[in-house]
Design a protein. Structure first.
Length: 201
């Protein structure tokens, strides 16, 4: 069992914002998905150094996360289906060596994926950044994400080539690169390197 100190109030209709008093340093699970929460995230979120699951999906957050520090113990992160804007704190993301599931899809995040992304290769299985405003080429270190089974990058402004990018992930099942500005040859080598691939877009 991952957690001894959970806070779960998901699937309700709570409104307003997360209170600043939420500062229990022992909190390991914060599950607030499917509410109507909005406004600012408290700075105390950065104090939860032992957090393993953060689920704020399906709310109405519109703020920037640029100044939020991510707990290095994080295993599962769901920030999808909000209206988060600005730059995601990718610099602290690269320190999450145990991260397995990463969902920030359907927001308004800007900027580029970090060059250090490959540091997540030991654990990351799902990488979902679809439907944002991300730009630039994919970092070469992304080829080090050897445990990926799902990579969803559709509907952004990614550019550049993809040669060799996903051929080191033999367990890849889903790869969606659609609605971007990639150039050159499609990474057809994944059909050989990932024989179980089910979805390629």
């Amino acid at each position: 069992m991952y957690c001894t100190t959970p806070l779960q109030v998901c699937l309700n209709a709570f409104t307003a914002s997360i209170p600043a008093a939420l500062s229990n340093p022992n909190l390991e699970i914060l599950n607030l998905h499917h509410n109507s929460l909005s406004a600012l995230l408290p700075a105390s979120l950065s104090a939860h150094t032992g957090m393993q699951l953060l689920n704020l999906a399906y709310n109405q957050f519109e703020v920037s996360l640029a100044d939020v520090s991510l707990a290095p113990s994080m295993l599962f992160m769901y920030l999808n289906d909000n209206s988060f804007s600005g730059h995601f704190p990718f610099s602290s993301l690269c320190a999450l060596g145990r991260l397995e599931l990463f969902y920030i899809n359907r927001n308004q995040f800007e900027g580029r994926l970090p060059s250090c992304l490959g540091l997540l290769g030991g654990a990351l299985q799902v990488f979902n950044v679809a439907d944002n405003l991300l730009t630039g080429p994919l970092p070469p270190s992304m080829a080090n994400l050897t445990r990926l089974d799902t990579a969803l990058l559709s509907s952004n402004g990614f550019t550049g080539g993809l040669a060799g990018m996903f051929q080191n992930a033999p367990g890849l099942l889903t790869l969606d690169l659609s609605d971007n500005q990639f150039v050159g040859l499609a990474p057809y080598e994944v059909f050989r390197s990932a024989p179980g691939l089910l979805t390629f877009m």
